[in-house]
Design a protein around this ligand. Structure first.
Ligand SMILES: Nc1nc2c(c(=O)[nH]1)N[C@H]1C(S)=C(S)[C@@H](COP(=O)(O)O)O[C@H]1N2
Ligand SMILES: [Mo]
Length: 307
């Protein structure tokens, strides 16, 4: 694995954000020395990761690129807008409402969702529908672990996710580029798949706001837009939930959103991708390279029609 240049968050984020991270870390049980400074403070800021797995030998995309080249339309449509305008998003305290077809409907404080939960590092390829890609070391836990705690009823067939909608904190939502709040969905079997995680960190640090703090979805065989950010609601449903990009343009974006080089997007080819930081284009792999693990979820479906 390559040694990507790594800039500690404390050096690139405003001090207020840094202090909030420290509160967050203490809430998930990382012992912080009251007056730790310098090296000690940085060491204390690392997330308590217990297991590391990588699904690729490709070099990591540098931290700097992962955190400044983002889509998070609630903060504007330019790639650098989230890193410029999401800094003051208040992520603490944070509550996630669990609703719908489950026995344990509740408003979960993020600390309680994380209590006793093992944090892992998963190095995943990340492929955006706009044909760029990255390799990101996410820190999180299987979504399945959390869904099991909610005890889905037999009627639950899908999971719907909703992002925070707050015009006071999110300048981008004043513009009708998308229907707000941002929503996404998975079929229950996709949501329960071991590759699907809820992430709270990247590069061993609390996830930066622009990447979807404090809690976002990562589904590595699907286009990046499935990775809904800053989640405030998780609802189990019996019907296929609406999704933001399908709402915006159903001809171009479908519910399934599997990375599929064999099916062109109406406006561009999906056969290749540009890895951020690289010059030559790479061939795009079916299911983003995760076909051995996930292709069986779609047996019998015509993926050119259900895309
Ligand atoms: N709430 C919300 N989530 C979102 C988006 C968004 O605009 N709003 N953009 C999506 C798109 S298009 C992509 S490619 C990924 C980008 O994730 P990253 O910034 O972590 O790379 O976030 C997805 N999640
Ligand atoms: Mo995207």
């Amino acid at each position: 694995m390559s040694k990507a240049p790594h800039i500690p968050a404390s050096e690139i984020t405003p001090r207020t954000t840094y202090l909030r991270r420290r509160e967050f870390l203490s809430s998930i049980g990382v012992a912080l020395t009251a007056l730790a400074t310098g090296r000690e403070a940085l060491a204390a800021e690392r997330l308590p990761i217990v297991r590391k797995t990588s699904t690729t030998d490709d070099p990591l995309t540098p931290y700097n690129a992962v955190t400044t080249y983002n889509n998070f339309y609630e903060f504007g449509i330019d790639k650098d807008a989230p890193s410029m305008f999401a800094g003051n998003l208040k992520t603490e305290p944070w509550t996630v409402a669990v609703e719908g077809e489950c026995n344990k409907k509740a408003a979960w404080h993020l600390e309680d969702m994380l209590k006793g939960q093992t944090l892992e590092e998963r190095i995943y390829r990340h492929r955006c529908v706009e044909a760029w890609s990255m390799v990101i070391p996410w820190n999180g836990f299987p979504l399945a672990d959390f869904i099991k705690k909610c005890e889905p009823t037999p009627k639950a067939k899908f999971v719907e996710f909703t992002t925070l909608y707050d015009p006071k904190q999110m300048p981008g939502v004043r513009s009708p580029v998308l229907r707000w709040p941002y929503v996404e969905g998975l079929r229950l079997d996709e949501a329960m798949h071991p590759l699907t995680i809820l992430a709270v960190g990247l590069y061993g640090e609390v996830v930066p706001n622009q990447n979807g703090a404090p809690l976002r979805l990562v589904v590595p065989w699907k286009y990046g837009f499935k990775g809904i950010k800053s989640i405030v609601r998780i609802s189990l449903t019996d019907k296929e939930p609406p999704t933001t990009w399908k709402n915006a343009n159903a001809r171009e974006y479908g519910f399934y959103s599997n990375v599929n080089p064999a099916v062109d997007h109406p406006r561009w080819t999906q056969k290749q991708e540009r890895r951020i930081g690289e010059f030559r284009r790479r061939p795009t792999l079916p299911f983003n390279g995760y076909g051995d693990e996930v292709a069986s979820l779609y047996t019998g479906m015509d993926l050119t029609r259900e895309f």
